[in-house]
Ligand binder design. Structure first.
Ligand code: ZN
Length: 87
């Protein structure tokens, strides 16, 4: 699996900040099409799909969702990093 899951999480983060543009959406959609297990693993797949379907535009995630995603993303990036350094 050569998809860069960490980069995808960075894109998710951009979307949460309302920085979503067509290129970001396309990257996320493409990744979910080819690597949905990684998104599912964070338990945020439905949220991401919801953000995508709402076109992210101007509709920022509620603080509670932001907090949860922030936690998940930080945890995930930490896991990815430790995996890659210890492997
Ligand atoms: Zn992935």
């Amino acid at each position: 699996m050569d998809l860069d899951c960490t980069a995808v999480l960075a894109d998710v983060w951009l979307m949460l900040d309302g920085e979503c543009d067509d290129a970001t959406r396309a990257r996320l959609q493409h990744h979910m099409d080819h690597c949905s297990p990684c998104i599912e693993a964070y338990g945020i797949e439905e949220k991401i799909k919801s953000l995508l379907s709402r076109k992210c535009g101007g509709d920022k995630a509620p603080d509670s969702l932001r907090d949860r995603l922030t936690l998940e993303i930080h945890k995930s990036i930490t896991v990815f990093r430790s995996d890659s350094t210890e492997a």
